[in-house]
Design a protein around this ligand. Structure first.
Ligand SMILES: [Fe+2]
Ligand SMILES: [Fe+2]
Length: 163
């Protein structure tokens, strides 16, 4: 669980880095994204800390998530500001599902990890809602774009579980 969660938060920081590299620095979307990126950094730091404490190795796919995350962020930001927000909308929708299913699986087994996941899940839902209210759904081909990104996230989650 820690391996896949750390991979996801790492991917999130790379997506936002890609978007911030493309978006105009003073665009309102860039400000929202910079704030969300800082929270992803905090999530990632926490999982790094837990992985070190519990001697969990990171996914060997980290170099792939580095490039793929940045590329996804940059590509969506190049499409439009709304597409960049739709990317957040799609990713956070899948992360919410992922964290919810982990919380179900964990039950009372690991209260320390559950507390972090619970807190981060609330942040991710807030990111999703922020993206939606800032205009994500106005993105060109929003249903197709978000369905594609969500499918990609599910593949990334499965791969990170295995490798
Ligand atoms: Fe996060
Ligand atoms: Fe997030």
């Amino acid at each position: 669980m820690l391996r896949v969660d750390q991979a996801g938060e790492y991917g999130a920081t790379r997506i936002y880095a890609g978007q911030l590299a493309v978006l105009r620095r003073n665009a309102p979307e860039a400000k929202l994204i910079a704030r969300m990126a800082a929270q992803e950094r905090r999530h990632l730091d926490r999982f790094n800390q837990l992985m070190a404490a519990r001697r969990v190795r990171p996914t060997v796919l980290q170099p792939l998530w580095n490039v793929a995350g940045f590329a996804l962020g940059a590509a969506t930001a190049l499409m439009s500001e709304e597409a960049a927000l739709a990317c957040t909308d799609a990713v956070e929708t899948e992360i919410d599902r992922h964290y919810s299913s982990q919380l179900d699986q964990l039950g009372q087994d690991d209260p320390e990890l559950s507390a972090d996941i619970e807190e981060f899940r609330a942040d991710e839902l807030e990111h999703r809602d922020t993206a939606r209210s800032a205009g994500a759904t106005n993105a060109f081909a929003y249903p197709l774009l978000t369905a594609t990104i969500r499918a990609g996230c599910r593949v990334a989650i499965e791969l990170s579980k295995r490798f």
